[in-house]
Write a protein that binds this ligand. Structure first.
Ligand code: PLP
Length: 283
């Protein structure tokens, strides 16, 4: 398998970086995960725009142009014969002598990109996933996609210990988002509810894609925070992310959501999203 590190392609097994890299020491790094479907990048422009915003937020210059990023992604897809999966990219602030909080005036970023072949529309999309509620212990700038992911990594471990697949994170009595996805419910009035954008959540590219598709669909969207109780009494729940696309949530804290099976609104949104990607699949 071939990855891209620094400014060259290399074998993933032989990829090495300095332990003094600020990504390693301080999680001083931005990342993006783009879906590849039928060999094509999904919503790449949105991922590039968000990468720019995160890099500005963490004071790291974008080391590549839009064309440069596109070429690396397309080359990795071609070299690895990737038809379905993800491309992970990370830009860290780089390595400079010994550990120093502030670091140099200007950063020379480290770039790392690799391809991960996997099914994006698989068992989770068909059968749904199970969640648990957990306290959202992340920092306050969740709108930036940084590699500061310990809170989410621990949330996934806790979820797995309780026999679940993911967590719905809760802050001040409301769900912020899922551990690595945006959270949605369909309530008793048939409204589709997902949290409004703010520094409390990541502005998901898949979330934005779904919002675009809702226009003209007849579905009624409300962007606002919802409570864990609203989620438990919802008719349907699902998450959106580049990695799992539209994943029905069929139970939370062991309690069935709606019928305990993926619901019709979730199925409709899956169909719309897959169609927009050019996918030839029925969930
Ligand atoms: N929220 C969080 C915390 C995430 O980590 C992710 C994706 O990794 C998302 C939402 C979904 O974002 P996207 O649709 O851009 O993948």
């Amino acid at each position: 398998k071939t990855a891209y590190l620094g400014n060259a392609f290399c074998d993933v097994e032989s990829a090495r970086i300095s332990p003094f890299d600020r990504g390693f020491l301080f999680a001083h790094a931005a990342y993006e995960v783009t879906a590849v479907y039928a060999g094509h990048l999904v919503d790449f422009g949105g991922h590039m725009a968000r990468l720019d915003r995160t890099l500005k937020g963490i004071g790291v210059p974008n080391p590549l142009s839009g064309e440069g990023w596109t070429k690396i992604h397309r080359d990795l897809i071609a070299i690895n014969s990737l038809t379905e999966g993800l491309i992970y990219l990370q830009v860290s602030a780089g390595a400079y002598g010994l550990r120093d909080f502030a670091g140099p005036e200007t950063f020379q970023p480290t770039v790392f990109v690799y391809a991960d072949a996997r099914r994006l529309i698989g068992d989770a999309a068909r059968d749904g996933i199970r969640a648990i509620f957990l306290d959202d212990s992340r920092w306050k700038r969740r709108d930036m996609k940084t590699t500061q992911l310990l809170s989410q990594a621990l949330a996934y471990r806790t979820a797995r210990e309780s026999g679940a697949d993911t967590a719905f994170l809760v802050e001040d009595g409301h769900v912020t988002e899922a551990a690595s996805a945006n959270a949605w419910i369909v309530n008793g009035e048939g409204q589709l509810v997902t949290r409004d954008l703010s520094p409390s959540i990541l502005p998901g590219i898949t979330r934005a894609g779904v919002l675009d598709l809702l226009e003209g669909s007849g579905l009624h969207l409300v962007e606002r925070a919802f409570t864990p109780d609203e989620a438990l009494s919802a008719k349907e729940a699902f998450t959106t992310s580049a990695g799992a696309m539209i994943a029905p949530v069929v139970a939370i804290d062991g309690q069935a959501i709606g019928t305990g099976r993926p619901g019709p609104v979730t199925r409709q949104i899956q169909r719309l999203y897959y169609q927009a990607m050019g996918a030839d699949v029925a969930a």
